[in-house]
Design a protein. Structure first.
Length: 156
């Protein structure tokens, strides 16, 4: 399904920024942190919680999705990396999605998001209790936003 490499320095670095930023904003670890950067990158990808992120472009592009996210959105790693983040929501839900992202941008994180999303094949699902946070690089600059959740329901 994917050709993501745990040894790819960019994937491993982004994984660290996701984990460090989550701890920075929430005061909690997203997962148990053990081993080196590559080990943590692999563990994040295998985490049974959906983790997805995008960059800071004017129309942000998805730049990370762990195995659970790729399966939920029915995408390969390569497809995910070419997908504008806004396309994870149907047009009717995009204004609400943008409002939620702005709330996270201004506060650092939110942890009670609920909304309808859509997979690459058009399947709709309701996300509940999602946590969204700003991703910071090692110098503290915002480089993206991420979301994590473990509760969703497929919709008709």
């Amino acid at each position: 399904m994917t050709s993501v490499s745990w040894m790819d320095p960019l994937v491993a670095q982004w994984s660290q920024w996701l984990l460090d930023s989550h701890r920075h904003w929430t005061g909690r670890e997203l997962m148990e942190r053990a081993g080196d950067q590559e080990f943590q990158s692999r563990a994040l990808f295998e985490l049974p919680v959906v983790v997805v992120s995008h960059g800071t472009e004017a129309d942000p592009i998805l730049n990370y999705g762990n195995r659970a996210a790729l399966e939920l959105w029915e995408m390969t790693w390569e497809q995910l990396g070419k997908t504008p983040s806004r396309l994870t929501a149907e047009p009717v839900n995009r204004a609400e999605r943008e409002w939620m992202l702005e709330q996270a941008r201004s506060r650092g994180f939110i942890d009670t998001y609920r909304g309808v999303r859509i997979s690459a094949t058009g399947r709709r699902f309701l996300v509940e209790n999602a946590r969204i946070w700003n991703v910071l690089d090692s110098s503290g600059q915002q480089v993206g936003q991420a979301a994590a959740f473990s509760h969703w329901t497929w919709l008709p």
